[in-house]
Write a protein that binds this ligand. Structure first.
Ligand SMILES: [Zn+2]
Length: 142
């Protein structure tokens, strides 16, 4: 399975509906506008119900400030998804935002993780992520 940027298939919508946040001067991270880019799994046979968020700064090019792995379902769902060898405790890792161990982070990754934790308190944002996930996985009309 490959995680692919949402904007590669829905360019206009992806940027219009992407969450961003402005960090003002004097914070622990450089002042900038940060975008929370969404990546979804492109395997139509897979049912992983999650998103990878890559945080990029407008003024810092390709630098990844944080990579966040987030699943919106309950731990039981990911336990079933991952298979019988998975404990509920392990599955619990999927059902909350975590810094992705396989992808780039920065020394400020925890700061962006806590911003994201605030963002997902907004149900409208979580619903939007779910909708993008579904859109991304529908076979493209030809
Ligand atoms: Zn998947």
């Amino acid at each position: 399975m490959a995680m692919t940027a949402f904007y590669t298939r829905f360019e206009d919508l992806a940027f219009k509906e992407m969450r961003a946040c402005t960090v003002s001067p004097g914070k622990e991270v450089p002042a900038d506008d940060y975008g929370f880019l969404e990546f979804y799994c492109d395997d139509n046979g897979c049912n992983c119900h999650r998103v990878i968020i890559k945080v990029l700064g407008r003024g810092s090019g390709d630098k990844t400030w944080a990579t966040i792995n987030y699943g919106w379902e309950k731990a039981e769902f990911y336990q079933r998804w991952a298979g019988s060898g998975t404990s509920l405790m392990e599955a619990n890792m999927f059902s909350r935002p975590v810094l992705d161990p396989l992808n780039p982070q920065s020394p400020h990754a925890e700061f962006f993780l806590s911003l994201f934790e605030e963002m997902i308190k907004d149900k409208a944002y979580v619903d939007r992520l779910k909708r993008h996930y579904e859109m991304f996985r529908k076979p493209k009309k030809r």
